[in-house]
Structure formats: C-alpha cells, structure tokens
Design a protein. Sequence first.
Lengths: 229, 301
Amino acid sequence: MIEFQNVTKIYPNQNRAALENVDMTINKGEFVFLVGPSGSGKSSFLRLILREERPNEGQILVAGNDLARLTNWKVPALRRKIGCVFQDFRLLPNKTVEQNVAFALEVIGKPRRFIKRVVPEVLDLVGLEGKHDRLPDALSGGEQQRVAMARAFVNRPMILLADEPTGNIDPATSIGIMKVLDRINRTGTTVVMATHDAAIVDSMRKRVIELEYGKVVRDQNRGVYGQAY
Amino acid sequence: MRSNFVFQEIWVGLRRNLTMTVALIVVVAISLSLLGTGLLFVKQVDSTRTYWQSKVEISVYLCYADSANPNCHGAVTQTQTTNLEQRLKAMPQVQNVAYVTQAQAWALYKQAFSNDTSYVSTLKETDMPPSLEIKLNNPSADYNIVASAVTGAQGVDSVIDEMNILDKFYRLLDGLRNAVVIVALILVVAAVLLVANTIRLSAFNRRRETGIMRLVGASNFYIQLPFLLEGVIAGLLGWLLSTVLLIGVKSLLLNNLQQYFNYNVGLSTGDLVEVILLAMIIGVALCGLTSFLTLRRYLRV
C-alpha cells in the first residue's frame, strides 16, 4: 500500500536530512505506529505520502501510484484515497459537525443525496450520535477529533494518516479515539499514526516504526513505544 | 460540479472583505469608464475628421488690383487664370475646380457677415480676391501635392490650407484623448493591484477551508473557481457601473459637444454599445486573469 525505496528528503537551506535512506513497506490493512522524538522525521514521512513534499532521492509508491511520476493534475485523485487527521483537528468553526463532514464530500463534487446518506452513518460510526448539529466550539477535544476522523473517513479512503491525533487529548479520552481508529482499521483501511503517546502504543501492540534523526532505527511487529531491550 | 456550493463560497468571500470589494468595484468602474470615454473620443474624432475631410477644399487666391503680395504684379490676367485652371484640372488628384469671381466672393462675404455690418462696410468688392476652389479626390493624401503645385505660380496670391486649420483642432482633440487614456491606464494598473490584493486577502481569509479542500482531494479547479469568480464578479459589477457612466458621458458630454459644433457627426448607439462591450471584455479579462495569476501564487497544490 505504501512503499518507500531509499527515500531521502532534505529541506532547502538545511544541512541535515529530514529523512535519510528510508526503505520500508506498509501493507494493505496494516496498523502502523510511527514513533520517535520531535524532529525525527515523522511529519515529513506523512507529508511525503500525501505528496505535499517530494523526496530528493528514492521512490515512493502509494496505493499503486509512483509519486515521482504523478502529475500535479492527478494529486487530488491520490489525496481522495488518503484520509488525514491532525493534532489540531482542523475543523471549520462556522460549520456544524454534519456540515464539516459533508464539506469534504461537497468539495470533491459528490451528489447531495449521497452526502445526506453517508454523513450520518459515519458520524454514528465515530460515536457522535445526537451531536450532528453542534458547532465544533460546543464539543470537547475528544469529540472534535471524532469529527475530524469522520471527515477523514467519510470518503472511505484506502489509507488513514493520523499525525498525533491524541496529542491534545487526555489519556482517558484517547482510548476512545484509538477505538475509533481501530474500528476504521478493521474495515480494511491502512492506518499510519505518528505519536508520542507511549501508553497507547504499548497497549495496542501493533507494528511500530521508530525514527531517529530521519533514519529508521526500529521496525517491529507487535512492538512497544520504548526500545525493546 | 455543485454550482450552489461554488456560489455560496463566492458570496461568503465577497462579503468577508466587503470594503476591499467595494473599493475594487469603484476603481474598476472608474477605470473602465475613463477607458471607454477615451475610446468614444477616438470614435468622435474619427467621425468628425471624415466629415471634414470630405468638405475640405484648397482655396487658391488669385492676385487682384490691390494685392499687397509682392509676387502679384497687378491683377491676374485671363490667360493666367485659364492656365492655372487647366493645369489643375489635368492633375489626377483634382476632382473639380471652380472659379469664383470678385463679385461672387463679395456676395459670399456679405452673406457670411450679414449680421455684422461693420465688417461689410469697411470693405468693398475690389478688396475681394478672385479664387479657384479646388475639390480633391482624396483630401488627406493629396493635399500637399496639389497645394505645392500652384503655390508661387504666376497670378497666385496665396494658397489657403484648410487642412492646416483642421489639424490644429485635431491636435487638441488628440491631446485630450491621450490624457484621458493615460489616466485610464494608470487606473487600470491600480485596479489590477487591487484585484490581486482582494484575492490574496480572500485566500488568506479562507485558508482553513482551502487547506481542508486540498487535503481531501478537491481539484485545483474546484478550489480556485470561487476566488476566480469572485474577481470576475467584482469586475462585472464595476463594468455595470461604468456602463451607466459611459451612457452619461455619451448623452451629456458628446451630444452637447455636437450641438455646439452644429454639424451632424454624432456617435450612434451602436458605437456606444461597441465601446461598452469592449469595456466588459477588458474588465472581465483583467479581473479574471489577475485573480488567476494571484491564485497560482497563493493556492499551490
């Protein structure tokens, strides 16, 4: 599903590589934790998958697309196969929960009848029953993140990228968020989650990829957050 | 394409920076109407020029008994007149030559100043030069050839260049038109900068929305269209305002000018419509293109 072949990314005017010679494969339906200290390259990794950045060297394959050969014109089609969740939720404050999720479908030109049908479904899936007409400000952090997940998942993407989705949320609420991500993963969606949250990684026992200074230092199935000494 | 979604976005965009939008509309309106006025002026000058050129004649004043010109040695003789007339008629550029006697010239003069007897009383028939009035086939092109052919010939007192008199008038009109067009162009530049700024502000105001649109895979077209149309709609509103101003310019200014000159060379409604349509194309193209170029800088993939 996602394949990095000797990928190196150096941002302009920086002498250290954000990612160096990263070589790994994430298969369809996998749940992967991306761990490592700040500045280790986790976000660069996700941005490369989205083709917000392009690598200096190496090849990236996402959902069957060679990103180096993908024309600008086709980038939107790639991004429709990828859902995204962020630490800061990125909801539109002047739209209701339902409108926020519907927005993602409206802007890719889906018919209104389709939107009316799938939006409530996905809101129920993430556990927001009865809160469809609230504005984001009237929701807790956990609930806002659920809206963001609903928006990321509503178009049934093949891949879900989560950049520290529990970073702004207390541990108890985080468990709920993880349950939703797990549920999404069980539908066959590949989930890649960058995180600092050791407790979550330890409890889920999924594949863990650890980055340090832009290099993969550990790739472990059913891993934990800290080094397995 | 969800058209009502796009229009909703445009409406939100226009409303969010209302002051910029109003400024933009006013500047577009004024620059387009000045540009249109310039174009109307060009048309007006062209039509008067054509009108006058068809009327223009060369007057060759012949010597008469009291001529002050040292070239004249007494009145022009009959043979000199016939020679001149034949020479002129032989020229291919000349359409017609008419001989005006002193008596006819005097009659014309009296008629021209019939309301002012002081002009008539100070002169008498013998002060009027006889003349040859030459009609040309193509006045603007052939003027100098014919005029120089007879200048200084025997029996010729002076050649009056009606074209020269008109040229001064046209230079004035041309200058006026150039001034209008220059001011219009400066305003057009201001309008372009304002469009760019408005769109930039608009893009900044909606960076959350556009960010999400990019992430969920909306096409560039879909992301940019509301902004593009925002510029175009502001341009259209400005154009609409300029149309009102242009109709005012035509009916108040140019029509009055025509009354003052007392000849029928007014601009038709067709001319006005042409200028208004041209203004629309310029306005829309300007706003659309500027928006497009601005968006390329501020809404990258």
